[in-house]
Ligand binder design. Structure first.
Ligand code: UD1
Ligand code: MG
Length: 442
């Protein structure tokens, strides 16, 4: 049976000075809470219960069916917050793990280690980390392999302040035991709050066995301010770049490439400097992303070449060995294998068949000011430079569109379409005109 994750996210996060809940602030293009959920899901959570409060509706809307929510109307402390999940989990017989929504770096491996220790004879397990600067954190009082108590910074004696083993904010116990312990916690402390961390000393008094799993200090990075958000971004990007390279992707200047939480990169992908991945991007093996590209919600198939200076927006799908060149924007458009859009174009709401070539400066006029319209091009279509396709139009296989054509009607397979005024040449008139103008200037 999987475990139930209880994720505390009701706090305002006053130090963010923001109108939105702290856990909705984005890290690697995804709200902080998504990072925590990605970890609990990877660790095999059977239930995810998020405790919401400040601007809770916004958070609830964002979560949708991905997590259950419970309300904490007054923020009376982390123990009080965790207790709000009691009714939702009344029929849950497995382990519960409490996590904080502002700690996005807790790894699934750490949760698995906690569960392993739980099934190894410990009634309650908390995660700790060692740090040379423990100020502000709850300190863990340990004897041998037994955790005796967690004491919050403000409640520490001078001797306890010297302890460097700190509470990460991940506590596991059987759900029923956890709630019965939480019911016994009072608010008799420096903050007048109901602390989650007090469950340890209460469990000890009842003769229960408590243990600690130690994790690396980076996992403890929690976010309380914009400066810490920027620091967390730095930590995330460093990890994501290292992971990309580890998986066989070449980054020429790793420090200039920014990934999102859900970026998927295949092997033998080459990424040049200054590339930004927004959410929802996947890149298949052998693709080459040249410098200064902005990619979001798109798929790049095998061996495609993108950029430099390309912008792929949501719904852009580039086929195998496709080309998207400089100053090209593509939105909600599928390019077949080998299709090319190499220079200065906008392709929106379109399907382009395999091996078609879209010339320089071609614009898909997909928006009439009210509605968006879709155009469909067959295979091996050649669209001459500086043409405009006024959607919706349908263009058959092997059609040829002359340069500068404004396409307003469908074109049959193999046909040639031309829509521009005929050229007129006037003998000697150019020079005469220029001479006249120059004479005027004197
Ligand atoms: C908490 C721990 C501390 C630990 C530190 C690690 C307690 C009492 N202290 O302190 O031991 O070292 O995290 O970062 O647990 N929240 C609610 N409702 C509330 C209060 C908080 O949902 O009434 C949520 C917050 O939104 C936040 C999380 O709980 O996501 C942690 O709360 P926070 O106030 O940041 O706790 P810390 O003081 O950092
Ligand atoms: Mg905190």
């Amino acid at each position: 049976m999987g475990f139930a994750a209880i994720i505390l996210a009701a706090g305002k996060g006053s130090r963010m000075k923001s109108a939105i809940p702290k856990v909705m602030h984005k890290l690697a293009s995804a709200p902080m809470i998504d990072h925590v959920l990605a970890s609990t899901e990877a660790a095999g959570a059977a239930r995810n219960v998020v405790v919401v409060g400040f601007e809770g509706k916004m958070l609830k809307n964002h979560l949708g069916p991905r997590a259950e929510t419970v309300w904490q109307n007054e923020q009376n402390g982390t123990g009080h917050a965790a207790l709000q999940a009691r009714e939702k989990l009344a029929d849950f017989d497995g382990d519960a793990i409490v996590l904080y929504g502002d700690g996005p770096f807790v790894r699934p491996e750490t949760m698995r280690a906690v569960l392993a220790k739980r099934s190894n004879g410990f009634d309650l397990v908390a995660v700790g980390f060692d740090t040379p600067s423990p100020s502000g954190y709850g300190r863990m009082l340990v004897q041998g392999d037994a955790l005796e108590a967690i004491v919050e910074h403000k409640d520490c004696t001078p001797a306890q302040l010297e302890i460097t083993l700190c509470n990460l904010g991940v506590i596991a116990a059987p759900a029923k035991l956890l709630f019965s312990l939480l019911e016994q916690v009072d608010s008799n402390n420096a903050n007048g709050e109901i602390y989650l961390t007090d469950v340890v000393s209460i469990a000890r008094k009842a003769g229960l066995r408590c243990g600690v799993v130690i994790c690396p200090a980076e996992e403890a990075t929690s976010i309380n301010s914009r400066a810490q958000l920027a620091e967390a971004e730095r930590v995330f990007q460093a990890q994501a770049r290292a992971a990309a390279m580890e998986n066989g992707c070449t980054l020429i200047a790793p420090e200039t490439v920014h990934f999102a939480l859900d970026t998927v990169i295949g092997a033998d992908v080459l990424i040049e400097p200054n590339v930004f991945f927004g959410p929802g991007v996947s890149v298949e093996n052998g693709a080459h992303i040249k410098a200064f590209c902005h990619l979001q919600g798109c798929h790049i198939a095998q061996d495609a070449i993108i950029g430099p200076f390309a912008r792929l927006r949501p719904g852009a799908e580039i086929g195998a060995s496709g080309r998207v060149g400089n100053f090209v924007e593509i939105k909600n458009a599928v390019l077949g294998d080998g299709a090319k859009v190499n220079h200065l174009s906008y392709v929106g709401d379109a399907g382009i068949g395999a091996d078609s070539n879209i010339g320089a400066g071609v614009i898909f006029c997909n928006y009439d000011g009210v509605f968006k319209h879709h155009s469909k091009l067959g295979e091996r279509v050649f669209v001459g430079s500086n043409s405009a396709l006024v959607s919706p139009v349908e263009i058959g296989d092997d059609a040829l569109i002359g340069t500068g054509t404004v396409v307003t009607e469908d074109i049959g397979a193999g046909d040639l379409a031309l829509a521009r005024a005929k050229q007129v040449n006037k003998k000697g008139r150019g020079k005469r005109l220029m001479d006249m103008l120059r004479a005027k200037k004197k």
